[in-house]
Design a binder for this molecule. Structure first.
Ligand code: ZN
Ligand code: ZN
Length: 300
């Protein structure tokens, strides 16, 4: 895998040396996670349009925002348009080319929205790295390049939770087996999202290979699917290219093997693309990693 010299610049992109940045004494690379709790003091106010209103810490204004972060959509867009699949108003299974500005709704107050903004930046970098790898591997001039980047996995996990909440309250959650409709965000999810509650050990991010039958096309559609169990919404799956990222925020331990792919990796530590000459890696650091190591794909 990747040998990272402790005196080189840290792959998190901070500009600092690895040993003064994300390298922990146990040898793990874990960047600091984003702070997502609004600055104290609490406002004591609940805005009826904000999905975090139950936390009683809203501001009085609500703006129209992207429920799938603009920072991520911009990374995936070609000429300002993205291919999106799975949304309820997109016909069965198809992906639709949409302008970035179409995917907005009023779902958060300004205070809660700005508290979550750092997650959008991190997710933009993460999906940008996946896209960059894809483009470089398709081009003979860049196929042999090697690089490594590093992200905090809890940030990606909480970004997915933010998207799940936005899809849910804006009525854009793709229809699943059960018709779940518009519903309030569970208080437990809100406390995890805004950092006052940690994610239970078997919940969180799972990485799966995209389903068999996936047709490689560029640009790749960004596809959304609900994760359900017993008629309850338990998370979401976001697929992009060769990967499906599943966020479990409700599946009981015994149902995980049934609802997710048996090969799904919990909190993977890396996505590595190994080619004949170059190797490109996206490392993911966790405070509490899953048992699985990561996924290595061979590029021909
Ligand atoms: Zn670092
Ligand atoms: Zn709010």
């Amino acid at each position: 895998m990747f040998q990272i010299d402790r005196h080189t610049p840290c792959p998190c992109g901070s500009g600092r040396r690895v040993d003064c940045c994300c390298l922990r004494p146990d040898g793990q690379f874990v960047p600091a996670g984003c702070r997502t709790s609004p600055r104290p003091p609490k406002t004591g106010y609940s805005h009826p349009r904000c999905f975090a209103s139950a936390l009683r810490d809203c501001s009085s204004e609500v703006s129209r925002e992207h429920y799938i972060s603009a920072s991520v959509l911009r990374q995936l867009a070609v000429d300002g348009r993205v291919l999106i699949g799975g949304l309820p108003w997109v016909r069965g299974g198809e992906a639709l080319e949409l302008p970035i500005g179409a995917l907005t709704a009023r779902v958060l107050c300004a205070r809660h929205n700005s508290a979550l903004a750092p997650l959008d930046d991190r997710a933009g970098g993460f999906f940008g790295a996946i896209k960059r790898e894809d483009l470089e591997s398709a081009d003979p001039a860049t196929r042999g390049t090697s690089w490594v980047v590093l992200f905090n996995g809890h940030d990606i996990e909480r970004w997915m939770l933010k998207v799940l909440c936005g899809l849910m309250v804006s009525g854009n959650m793709p229809p699943g087996k059960a018709h779940l409709g518009r519903q309030a965000v569970p208080g437990r999810w809100l406390r995890m999202l805004f950092g006052s509650l940690s994610v239970p050990s078997h919940w969180g991010l799972y990485l799966q290979r995209a389903e068999v039958g996936y047709v490689c096309q560029s640009p790749h559609p960004f596809c959304f699917k609900p994760l359900e169990h017993d008629g309850r919404l338990c998370g979401a799956v976001i697929a992009l290219g060769a990967f499906a990222f599943a966020l479990n925020v409700g599946l009981p331990r015994e149902a995980i093997g049934r609802e997710l792919s048996p090969q799904a990796l919990h909190r993977p530590k890396h996505l590595v693309f190994a080619g004949r000459s170059g190797a490109r890696g996206i490392l993911v650091g966790w405070d509490r990693p899953g048992a699985d190591k990561g996924l290595t794909l061979t590029r021909l």
